[in-house]
Ligand binder design. Structure first.
Ligand code: CAO
Length: 424
């Protein structure tokens, strides 16, 4: 039995933020019914296409383990079917532009009338306030949530990160809100609204930078490289390059082969507790006791010199050799792994974090599996559905349509063309 078995999700999500959330719920065993516009579907199906005619990786990697029903929610019969879905499902998840669901005639008030046990979960770009009506994408959220202003180098512009903290990060937050609301419903019997704004989700992940904003009032942030370099702090948390956020000096350093390989680098942290081991490893044993080097505060104005010396050593080793040498000594290091290296990492395939999935249109492709492991409910990654692949099965098995009634719905044009031979 899967953890969320028996829970039905009306998945009205699209693009990335919402689908990330419902994909997690599907991996945990919920029956996720993805509602898509007839003949069109989630826009990502046709975005960044690599195999002509097939659903894109953008779509297939965000919609595993779901079923797809085509449904025009603005058509009268479509509204009837949607109402039936609201009656049958436990959770509705959506990330439409603000007001879109109301315009369809499915406001929160209306949904509560139809099914008071339903949990309605929404992602919007901003919470209530002056920006609440804005449409928002990933990088807008990274900027508005404070991440971009604190990412990058001091002498460069604000920078966005490759990790999709606005979209996937908010999807993750919303999933927690949904299972929490399901837990409360066990006791209260009532559904509730769950909302998560992308700005808020990013800010939550940038929490330590808000910590630093307040610490600035008490003086300069000594663990930032700029302190040791004698560069004054301004009013806001600055960009900290590759400094580590936890107060221990850290940098990204070149390793053997860096001239050809853009990822031949390692992260290297000089934790106070292992300073002596670092000195031995790099061949500077006298730094263990030398004045100006022995104690962490004394080293702050020498970090460039120290890391240059460590880099001289790391450049004689591959990033994996650095890891092999430093790890047994508890010196925290981390190789900069490329997506290519990760895509070939057998260990990640063994744990299901990376998976190979078969797809009728595109053949075998790689995907990232479920990063959260439940011992009693292991995730089995199944391919994403083709557009409308399960329309008939959902109308009959979930909603109980049959006979003439089913034909009426199909003939109304509300559910697109029925696919009776969808491939496995
Ligand atoms: N049947 C009929 N109509 C449908 C439908 C269906 N099955 N599914 C969607 N529609 C309609 C919507 O009702 C809406 O119509 P109205 O504009 O008349 O209300 C229309 O399709 C477009 O929906 P949208 O405004 O949500 O889509 P968009 O492409 O214009 O905007 C996005 C996309 C992501 C910017 C916007 O949805 C948004 O801001 N969402 C919230 C924030 C978010 O999740 N952003 C992350 C996106 S991932 O980077």
């Amino acid at each position: 039995m899967k953890a969320l078995e028996g829970i039905k999700i009306l998945d009205f999500t699209h693009v990335q933020s919402g689908p990330t959330c419902t994909q997690l719920l599907a991996w945990f065993g919920a029956d996720v019914i993805k509602v898509e516009r007839p003949g069109v579907g989630d826009a990502t199906r046709k975005q960044l296409v690599d195999v002509p005619g097939a659903d894109s990786l953008y779509f297939t990697m965000l919609n595993h383990n779901k079923r797809s029903i085509e449904l025009n929610s603005k058509n009268e019969t479509g509204k009837e079917v949607l109402t039936r879905l609201v009656e049958e499902c436990d959770v509705l998840v959506e990330n439409f532009a603000p007001g879109a669901l109301d315009r369809m005639g499915f406001s929160w008030e209306r949904i509560q009338q139809i099914n008071p046990r339903l949990i309605m979960a929404s992602i919007k770009g901003f919470g209530p306030g002056k920006y609440e009506d804005c449409k928002v994408y990933e990088n807008v959220a990274q900027c508005a949530g404070g991440s971009a202003s604190t990412t990058g180098f001091l002498d460069g512009p604000p920078t966005v990160t490759g990790a999709q903290i606005g979209d996937s990060g908010t999807g993750l937050h919303l999933a927690l809100g949904i299972v929490t609301a399901l837990f409360q419903r066990e006791k209260s019997g009532r559904g509730q609204r769950v909302t998560c704004a992308m700005q808020d989700g990013v800010l939550n992940l940038a929490r330590v930078k808000m910590r630093d904003q307040q610490r600035l009032a008490a003086g300069p942030l000594k663990e930032y490289s700029q302190f040791g370099e004698g560069i004054p702090f301004a009013e806001a948390t600055p960009r900290a390059g590759n400094d580590s956020g936890g107060g221990q000096p850290g940098r990204i350093l070149k390793c053997k082969g860096w001239e050809q390989d853009p990822n031949a680098y390692t992260y290297f942290i000089i934790q106070a507790a292992v300073w002596e081991k670092v000195c031995d490893v790099i061949g500077e044993p006298e730094w263990k006791t030398k004045e100006g080097y022995a104690k962490p505060p004394e080293r702050l104005d020498k970090l460039n010199e120290i890391f240059d010396r460590i880099e001289e050593w790391t450049m004689t080793k591959t990033k994996f050799e650095v890891m092999d040498i430093c790890n047994p000594l508890d010196i925290p290091v981390g190789p900069i792994l490329s997506m290519k290296e990760i895509s070939e990492d057998e260990g990640l395939f063994a744990t299901g974090t990376m998976v190979k999935v078969d797809h009728p249109e595109r053949g075998e492709y790689l995907s990232v599996g479920c990063p959260i492991k439940l011992s009693d409910s292991p995730a089995q990654v199944r391919r994403s559905p083709l557009l409308g692949e399960h329309t008939e099965e959902i109308l009959t098995d979930v909603l109980g349509y049959g006979g003439d009634d089913l034909e009426r719905v199909i003939d109304s044009g509300a559910v697109g063309e029925i696919k009776r031979d969808a491939a496995d």
